[in-house]
Design a protein around this ligand. Structure first.
Ligand SMILES: [Fe+2]
Ligand SMILES: [Fe+2]
Length: 374
C-alpha cells in the first residue's frame, strides 16, 4: 500500500515553501500549552532485573550526574563578539560567495549579518530549551507507560537529566544572550504528536531516536563551531547525557520491535519519516526572518538553495539514520524508509556508528572526574 507525501506530511513536494510556512506559531504570547495524553499508565509487579543492557545504562546514569551550578557561570560573554568570532572561525552562507542579487540580502553588510547572527543564536538556544522541556515531559511519560521495571528505573534518571538541560539552556539565555523565541511551530507539532500517541514505544521513537538523535548531532556540531568556553563546556556535558538517552531508545526498541508485525513496523517507519520532515522544516528558522523584517518566503528559498545546506542538513541526521538502520526501520517494507531518507538526502550516514554502545566513550563527565583524580 503506497502512502503519498500528501497524506504523510500534508504536501506533495518536500520543498513546497508555502506549505512549510503555513505552519506557524499562532499562540506566541501563551504561557501554557495543554495536551491531553492518550496512553495508559502501567504498573508492573514484575520487579525482576532481566534487561542487563538497560541495567548497565542505569548504573552509568547514576554515577555521571552533574550539577548545573558547577559550570563556569562567571564567564564573561559578549554575545556580539562571540558571534563575530564564530563567523570568522567558520564559513557561513553569506561568506561562501553565493549570489544575493534579487534576494532580501542584496543590501546586507557586516552590520546586518552580525544582527542576524545574534538573532539566530537566540533562536537556536531557545529551540534547544523548548526541545529539552519536550524531552523532560516525554521521558516522564515513559516512566508511566513502559511496562519494564529496568526501563522505568533508567527513564527516571533521564527525567533528572532533562530538568538539568532545561535549566542550563534557560539560564544561558537569561544571563548570556539577548532574547527569547517562542517554540517553533514544526517542533511544537512534532512534540504534540509524540505526546498524544497512545503507544508507549512511539514516545521512544519520536523522542529518544528522532528528536534526541538530532539533538546529539546538532549539539556536537555547535560544540565544534562555538568559540565561547562556557557554552562549549555546557554542550559537552549535555551531549554526554544525550548519548545515554539515544542509547536508551535503541536498546529498548531493539527488543520491542522483534515482536511487532510487518504492519506495525510500517507504521513506525511512517512516524519516523514524518518526524524527520518536521525537524528539517524547523531548521529553516522562519521566526528569525520574521523578527528581522525580511520577506520570509524569499529568505527560506535562498537558504534552501545555499551550497552548504545539504552538508548542514545531512549532519543533523548523522545519528538518526544509523540508529533507524540498527532498529530494522530502514529496510523493512521493501526499504520504504531508505527511499524516503534518500529523497531527504541523508541516506549516506546509514553505516556510521549507531548509538547503542557509544555512550560510554562519550561520557565527558566521567572522563573529567577521572582526569581530576589522576
Ligand atoms: Fe536533553
Ligand atoms: Fe535527552
Amino acid at each position: 500500500m503506497a502512502v503519498s507525501n500528501e497524506e504523510l506530511i500534508g504536501r506533495a513536494d518536500l520543498d513546497d515553501i508555502d506549505a512549510i510556512l503555513a505552519t506557524s506559531n499562532s499562540d506566541v504570547d501563551a504561557t501554557m500549552h495543554e495536551v491531553a495524553a492518550n496512553s495508559s499508565t502501567i504498573f508492573t509487579w514484575d520487579y525482576e532485573r532481566t534487561r542487563a543492557p538497560l541495567a548497565k545504562l542505569y548504573e552509568k546514569a547514576k554515577t555521571s550526574q552533574w550539577n548545573a551550578n558547577d559550570l563556569p557561570w562567571d564567564t564573561d560573554v559578549d554575545q556580539e563578539k562571540v558571534v563575530e568570532a564564530n563567523q570568522a572561525a567558520n564559513s557561513y552562507l553569506y561568506q561562501s560567495g553565493v549570489d544575493t542579487t534579487g534576494t532580501p540580502f542584496a543590501n546586507w553588510g557586516d552590520k546586518e549579518w552580525l544582527a542576524f547572527g545574534v538573532e539566530s543564536q537566540n533562536w537556536t538556544l531557545s529551540q534547544f530549551m523548548h526541545g529539552e522541556q519536550g524531552a523532560l515531559i516525554c521521558t516522564a511519560q515513559i516512566v508511566e507507560t513502559v511496562p519494564w521495571i529496568d526501563a522505568k528505573y533508567y527513564a527516571s534518571t533521564q527525567v533528572m537529566d532533562e530538568a538539568r538541560h532545561v535549566e542550563v539552556f534557560s539560564r544561558y539565555l537569561d544571563e548570556k544572550l539577548s532574547g527569547h523565541y517562542p517554540i517553533n511551530a514544526h517542533l511544537k507539532a512534532l512534540l504534540d504528536d509524540i505526546i498524544t500517541d497512545s503507544r508507549w514505544d512511539m514516545t521512544y521513537l519520536g523522542m529518544q531516536i528522532m528528536v534526541e538523535g538530532l539533538a546529539l548531532a546538532s549539539f556536537g556540531f555547535m560544540h565544534q563551531m562555538s568559540t565561547e568556553p562556557l557554552l562549549k563546556q555546557l554542550l559537552r556535558y549535555v551531549m554526554s547525557d544525550e548519548a545515554r538517552h539515544v542509547a536508551f531508545g535503541v536498546l529498548s526498541l531493539q527488543e520491542y520491535y522483534e515482536q511487532l508485525s510487518a504492519t506495525e513496523i510500517r507504521e513506525r517507519q511512517e512516524f519516523a519519516y514524518e518526524a524527520a520532515v518536521r525537524m528539517r522544516d524547523r531548521f529553516l528558522q522562519q521566526e528569525v526572518w520574521e523578527r528581522m523584517g525580511v520577506d520570509v518566503k524569499q529568505a527560506v528559498k535562498f537558504v534552501l538553495q545555499a551550497p552548504d545546506r545539504p552538508i548542514f542538513q545531512g549532519m543533523l541526521f548523522s545519528k538518526i539514520v544509523p540508529n533507524c538502520k540498527k532498529l530494522g526501520l530502514l529496510d523493512a517494507a521493501d526499504g520504504w524508509l531508505r527511499e524516503k531518507f534518500t529523497e531527504l538526502g541523508v541516506i549516506q550516514f546509514e553505516d556510521w556508528a549507531d548509538t547503542g554502545e557509544e555512550y560510554a566513550s562519550l561520557d565527558m563527565v566521567a572522563q573529567d572526574r577521572e582526569a581530576a583524580r589522576a
